[in-house]
Design a protein around this ligand. Structure first.
Ligand SMILES: O=C(O)CC[C@@H](O)C(=O)O
Ligand SMILES: [Zn+2]
Length: 547
């Protein structure tokens, strides 16, 4: 039921009637139980309960994608050749059993979910997973692997979307699942220091109890590990407000390929002594070292959170709404997300979620977070009134209570999940000048025609980040060839980035040149050769083949 811009006052009343005007402290973390896989129980560890331990990596808090047929082996589907690493033998397993008693997994059934990515699009055949609890254990493992020339796949929550978190062949999986201790939290500065395997949502719950929030928020929060977030420089829903991990991560502890531990775990806002080495590991996707601990700056928990969900009649209106709300909401604007009507259709069809606002080609989610609910509501209300009277939005609803906020966010956060129910997903994560963001969706749709089942566009408009997703009944090489390099060439013509926040992993590494100069790639390869001369860390990922 749309409210036309010709009737702005009645539209405004609709806002009010849908609002639950009690102030709320923030979004309620999703709480559906995550199933525990057999054989993975661990004892409680110190101050930090075993949040991460042994939980099968479910992206976020909802079910993993429907299991269809067995996922093809990456090496076969993509025709990759194994590099000449050593193969794991009985003597290696015996060594690891001594170092990590009871934390060495060789059972093929138990290994299965850790060999396949969350999207069920790539699959390796590792026969060994190691679960260290300490940095010293990670050092011992890597020292041994380096000597033996054994390849290693560092793995956090296995929620990545570019095939970076699972082995391509038989790399040893080095899981951070048992490295789930909080090391310290400073209530004055808001600086949290923790091990790499802590689950993002659990960290958020922990700091929320002390009046803070984590500076990043992702749909995968229920299972992703902070170490994996940092290794991939994850962006997410709060980047607009709190900036990227390159600013909020204050320090890292990293174990290098040869087993040496690099202590850059500073807890200082300011430190101008030499090169900022931690930046090299943020976003390095496990190819330069294994992140074992993170020091991160947490912002104050907002006292008042409001969420508006609006329908817009065109992408131009989505952009104008953004400009207007940025001007009118200023410092309290904390998220500006958009999605097209196809996304809404899929979320409704596959997940049975219903949207309170329907009948528009585009939708936007606008979140405000501030310290004074009266002030924030006043500002939001005058923005909404302006948006309605000027016809920027034609319909909408506002939520201020946790339950409604959570329900509205689900419509956006669960699009990824809905897509996996629609078929095989070709996923693109693009940075573009914001005005051109949706043209790529329109052009891709026109190019693919009926060969694609659905072509959808959504994302972090406030950050200039489009998530272009294409679904088809099953994987098809010819469809892939129709999409790539078309999407990358289109992006490069606009000086965009072919990976805004998901990284390059296995799937995008060959395309790095669309976004980086030759000299930059060469320098990356030199860093890789210097820090990991044998190339044992997450091989076949991030840098083009041959490096
Ligand atoms: O599935 C995608 O394409 C995007 C996933 C994630 O980055 C999001 O913003 O929801
Ligand atoms: Zn995203």
């Amino acid at each position: 039921m749309g409210v036309s811009s010709a009737a702005p006052r009645s539209a405004w009343h609709r806002w009010a009637s849908l609002s639950c005007l009690k102030s709320s402290p923030g979004r309620v973390p999703p709480c559906a139980p995550v199933p525990l896989q057999r054989g993975n129980r661990v004892p409680a560890l110190g101050v930090c309960s075993p949040w991460a331990a042994g939980f099968r990596a479910l992206r976020g808090f909802h079910a993993a994608p429907r299991r269809r047929r067995e996922v093809a082996l990456t090496s076969e589907r993509f025709g990759v050749r194994r590099l000449p690493f050593a193969r794991v033998g009985d003597r290696d397993v015996a060594f690891f059993e001594r170092v990590l008693p009871g934390r060495v997994v060789t059972d093929p059934e138990e290994l299965k979910p850790f060999n396949v990515d969350w999207l069920q699009s790539v699959r390796g055949c590792s026969q060994l997973m190691l679960k260290p609890q300490t940095t010293a254990e990670v050092s011992q493992i890597l020292r041994y692997c380096y000597e033996r020339n054994l390849a290693v796949n560092p793995q956090g929550g296995n929620t990545g979307l570019v095939g970076g978190s699972v082995p391509v062949f038989d790399e040893i999986i080095l899981s951070t699942a048992l490295m789930n201790q909080i090391i310290s939290f400073d209530k004055v500065s808001g600086i949290l220091v923790c091990q790499a395997g802590c689950i993002l949502e659990k960290l958020n719950e922990y700091v929320e109890e002390q009046g803070f929030v984590m500076p990043l928020d992702l749909g995968a929060k229920g299972s992703c590990h902070i170490g994996g977030n940092v290794a991939t420089n994850a962006g997410g829903l709060r980047l607009l407000r709190y900036g990227s991990l390159r600013g909020t991560v204050l320090g890292l502890e990293v174990v290098l390929a040869d087993g040496s531990a690099l202590d850059c775990l500073a807890s200082l806002r300011k430190d101008n002594t030499g090169y900022d080495l931690k930046q090299l590991f943020i976003g390095s996707e496990g190819t330069l070292g294994v992140i074992t601990a993170v020091s991160i700056l947490c912002p104050q928990k907002p006292k008042a959170v409001n969420l508006a969900f609006l329908g817009c009649q065109s992408f131009t209106k989505v952009l104008e709404t953004f400009t207007t709300c940025r001007a009118m909401l200023g410092e309290i604007l904390s998220a500006y997300e958009f999605m097209d009507e196809k996304c809404m259709e899929l979320v409704e069809r596959h997940l049975k979620l219903s949207s309170p606002v329907t009948g528009s080609p585009f939708y936007v989610l606008i979140e405000t977070s501030g310290s004074n609910s009266t002030h924030d509501e006043e500002k939001l209300n005058s923005f909404l009134e302006q948006a309605m009277t000027s016809g920027l939005a034609t319909d909408g609803t506002v939520a201020t209570d946790d339950k409604k906020i959570k329900a509205l966010w689900s419509l956006r956060e669960r699009i990824t999940e809905a897509l996996t129910h629609d078929g095989y997903v070709y996923k693109y994560d693009i940075s573009l000048p914001v005005g051109k963001l949706y043209d790529l969706v329109t052009d891709t749709r026109a190019r693919l025609g009926p060969r694609a089942k659905n072509v959808v566009g959504y994302g972090h408009l406030g950050d200039g980040n489009l998530h272009l997703n294409i679904t088809a009944e099953s994987y098809s090489h010819s469809l892939l060839e129709a999409i790539e390099p078309f999407v990358y060439e289109w992006t490069a013509r606009c000086n965009g980035s072919i990976s805004a926040e998901h990284g390059l992993g296995f799937k995008k590494k060959q395309f790095i040149a669309y976004s980086k100069a030759k000299e930059a790639v060469l320098l990356m390869q030199r860093f890789k050769a210097m820090l990991d001369p044998k190339g044992i860390l997450n091989p076949y990922k991030m840098l083009p083949s041959g490096s």
